[in-house]
Design a protein around this ligand. Structure first.
Ligand code: DON
Length: 579
């Protein structure tokens, strides 16, 4: 494996220009440098690189790689493996995700390590004696997709990394072996997990002391996970897909009646894809292509909004939120109708992201009145809000945006016995079954039905924003379908509203997803006058606690410094910079 394999890389300009010694555009030189770690949730400013993630130790793992001269892809891999230890609800090696990369010369690429359906999957697999089974679809061994994270990280390292693979995995091995201190939030979360999944002894063993919940302040050690990570460190993805770890996964599948076989694991490959890009005023947004729906939906919405003078509107006024909701409604309708794995379905990305399509959608918006969402008889199902996003920029200006997930918090809840990591329940992102559209919230449109080896449609939207051709920000979020709208609003806050990063990240968000036809607002932004004004425009308005965790980085155009901003909605998250 390793860096010698980089000669196999496609001729991506960014990487080659780095080799060719293109001028570094950020302050900070390579070599041993100081790490600046924020208190939990704090903004960090630094010139030599930045990592912002859900866990301070994971951000530090990436920042240390940067401080040694590793690039942003190296750091993203280290942080990703570390999150698999310190943020078990969503950080993972048993799940999948997306990585969007912008090289210092402005060229871009993306890695798709989304899970795949096993070969035995079929569109009607969620029916039990003819009846749809939500348990089978979302919480069973059948709900587990073939994991992609380890293959994705290895592919990223081979193509664009610059450091030894073993160096990148090592911090995660140490964190699993020696342990890390549990916060109150994580201790409480693990206590509820061991209750919820008591049928899986390996899950209880991994996250408790022989069945007794840990207290805040105690150290969580994960010896089985440490051994698995050590094998991955020493043997790479080969171990996970064809070696000892593959055998342990297949054994658990057989024990629990799951579908994933050794052959499914051996066949898994991460894909490199061209990101979806959209120009918006003097900005360009680079986001994830299908099988994510995020890039396409964000492009559609920005194209619609470009026809309005958004910057002159008052932020989060009824006028602005009405317009946003109408743009969201239209993009989410397209999503349900057209989006799926492009290896199986012909997704009309160019048409959906074209100016002409946006103009047609725009012409149907009434600024005085909410539209009707029911031209198709489809209701979107509820989904979990657990995933994790992190952002990385290195001293050369290489930017990496990663969102990855187990789907639900703690995925399927199944820890692989002897391997110490959780398996995803990503198969739940496939539609329920052919024609199974009903008012209970099922969706049965064809493109995103479960088929052998298809990737399930995702909303994860790791994104990178340029202003006038230069790197401006790295953004993304967890939150199921709300991800798309969280990222959209963050982009609008930075562009049309000219907010600084802490303000842009903290600003209250809304969500509309076509069906159910309603605006969901964060509690903090939902004062009664605003809600009444939106209701008067014809919207059904609901209020929720919080939407998203958008751990982001901004390049301060005045100083060239990197600003790392953990989303304050989780005070335990953390940024780490390199000075
Ligand atoms: O890929 C998707 O869109 C979902 N499985 C992501 C789930 C999610 O974001 C839950 N998050 N917080």
């Amino acid at each position: 494996m390793r860096n010698s394999a980089r000669s196999l890389a496609p001729l991506t300009g960014g990487y080659l220009s780095l080799l060719a010694g293109v001028t570094l555009c950020f302050p900070g030189s390579l070599g041993a440098q100081a790490i600046v770690a924020g208190e939990r949730g704090e903004t960090v400013r630094a010139g030599g690189g930045m990592v912002v993630s859900e866990h301070p130790e994971a951000s530090r793992a990436g920042a240390e790689v940067l401080a040694e001269g590793g690039n942003a892809v190296d750091a993203a891999i280290s942080t990703g493996f570390a999150l698999a230890v310190t943020h078990p609800s969503a950080g993972n090696i048993g799940g999948g995700g997306f990585m969007v990369i912008r090289f210092p010369d402005g060229t871009t690429t993306a890695l798709d390590f989304r899970e795949k359906a096993p070969v035995a999957a079929h569109p009607e697999m969620w029916l039990e004696e003819g009846e749809y089974s939500a348990t089978r679809h979302h919480f069973s061994h059948w709900a587990v997709g073939v994991p992609g994270t380890v293959a994705g990280f290895e592919r990223a390292a081979r193509l664009y990394g610059s450091r030894e693979w073993s160096r990148l995995v090592e911090p995660a091995v140490t964190l699993a072996q020696e342990g890390f201190q549990l916060t109150e939030g994580l201790a409480a979360s693990l206590a509820s997990v061991i209750r919820r999944y008591e049928e899986y002894p390996a899950t209880v063993a991994a996250f408790s002391r022989s069945g007794t919940p840990y207290e805040a302040g105690e150290t969580l050690r994960q010896p089985d996970l440490a051994r698995t990570l050590a094998r991955i460190r020493d043997r790479g993805a080969e171990d996970f897909y064809r070696g000892e770890t593959a055998r342990l996964i297949a054994a658990e599948m057989e024990r629990g009646g799951g579908l994933i076989t050794l052959a499914d694991l051996a066949r898994y490959q991460a894909r490199e894809r061209s990101p979806v890009t959209v120009d918006y005023r003097n900005h360009r947004v680079i986001s994830m292509a299908p099988p994510s729906s995020g890039g396409v939906a964000i492009a559609t919405m920005l194209n619609i909004l470009e026809g309005f003078d958004v910057g002159s509107m008052e932020h989060n006024s009824p006028e602005y939120l009405h317009l946003l909701a109408e743009a969201m409604r239209r993009a989410f309708r397209d999503r349900a109708e057209y989006l799926a794995d492009p290896d199986f379905v012909d997704v009309p990305v160019h048409a959906l992201t074209s100016a002409g399509h946006a103009a047609a959608l725009r012409s149907t918006i009434n600024l005085e009145r909410a539209s009707d969402s029911s031209p198709l008889d489809v209701v979107e199902p509820a989904e979990s809000l657990e995933t994790t996003h992190y952002s990385v920029v290195d001293a050369s200006g290489m930017a990496v945006s990663v969102t990855y997930t187990l789907e639900a918090g703690y995925g399927s809840g199944i820890v692989v016995p002897g391997a110490g990591f959780l398996l995803n329940n990503e198969m739940g992102d496939f539609n329920a079954g052919p024609g199974l559209t009903d008012d209970r919230g099922l969706i049965g449109t064809d493109p995103n039905l479960a088929r052998p080896e298809q990737r399930m449609l995702s909303s994860m939207s790791p994104s990178i924003v340029e202003r006038d051709g230069r790197l401006l920000a790295v953004v993304g979020s967890p939150g199921g379908r709300t991800i798309i709208n969280t990222v959209l609003q963050l982009i609008l806050n930075l562009t049309d509203f000219g907010m600084d990063l802490p303000t842009a990240v903290a600003a209250p968000r809304i969500h509309h997803q076509w069906l159910p036809d309603r605006i969901v607002m964060e509690e903090e932004g939902a004062d009664s006058e605003l809600v009444a004004a939106l209701e008067a425009l014809g919207h059904d308005v609901r209020v929720r606690g919080r939407q998203g965790l958008a751990h982001s980085i901004l390049v301060d155009s005045a100083t060239g410094e990197l600003v790392g901003q953990p989303d304050v909605r989780n005070p335990d998250s953390g940024a780490a910079g390199v000075r």
